[in-house]
Design a protein around this ligand. Sequence first.
Ligand code: PMP
Length: 322
Amino acid sequence: MRDSATQRHAFFQGRLVPLEDAKVGVMTHALNYGTGIFEGIRGYWNEQREDIYIFRLRDHFVRFLKNTAILCIDVPFTADELVEITTDLVRMHEYRQDVYVRPLAYKSSEQIGVSFQGVADDLSIVAVPYGNYIEIERPLTVCVSSWRRSDDNAIPGRAKVSGNYVNTALIKNEALVNGYDEGIVLNNQGFVVEGSAENIFLVRDGVLVTPSVADGILEGITRDSIIKLALDELGISTVERAVARTELYYADEIFFTGTGAQLAPVGKVDQRLIGKGEVGPISARLQQLYFDVVKGRNPKYLDWLTPVYAAAPAQRTKVQAS
Ligand code: PMP
């Protein structure tokens, strides 16, 4: 094994450096004011092909660049260049397991004052081995949080701004200290938004229902994938609309989706059973489909996967079906 494989590295200030050298000062704008944009991306190890397939990598960077623009952060790379940097970073570690990639673009000047004017920007990317973020094999017990999601006109949830995750942390922490696995957050109009860090779907009479993009959600890439898989593979359509709190208690099934959460079924909300309180049949089928797709077992969706080891950087292409 090469040194670069045993020593963890980060992409930081335009180059690959040992992770312990990727440090910022305490006066950094983003550290003080939350002015960063980040992404969460997963790569799945495929034992048979001895490769890591990163799921919808380019789509994550397209979202990332839209979000950095909202915060007036200048990232001097295209989505394709960021794909290249990421695959190089993962490859150099010679990982043979599932990984999580965390790009972060942030306001890097060390100064007092919140304005963006004249403030410099920076970018870091790290890639670390990663397992489940939340249980996916048993139905989760969740609560509706006492915290509300901030308004799109305050701190836009769509933008994956670092500072937003104070709200996420409050929701998640409240749920955990009260003995729940996760919290569901409402917006200021009282409609369901999502889980603390995952989108939410309800199954009602055989149809999927999920809050719309105007309800304060983060426009999840897993959410988008599940909407497509449900329709194309199971013929199940999704209605995107405002969801009232008590619809949660009416639902036949509920599940969360997200890069971290993957597809996590919910068995109870606020002590009320969802369906029979077990993993519902549609949730189970979608979870199976999702894992077949992300792990490269479904040839129809190989376009969503970027292989890390399959091709040399110069000729890297999307995975070929075998
Ligand atoms: N909502 C929030 C608040 C999140 O942090 C995440 C995780 N990125 C999601 C939804 C799910 O998004 P994705 O499927 O793109 O990971």
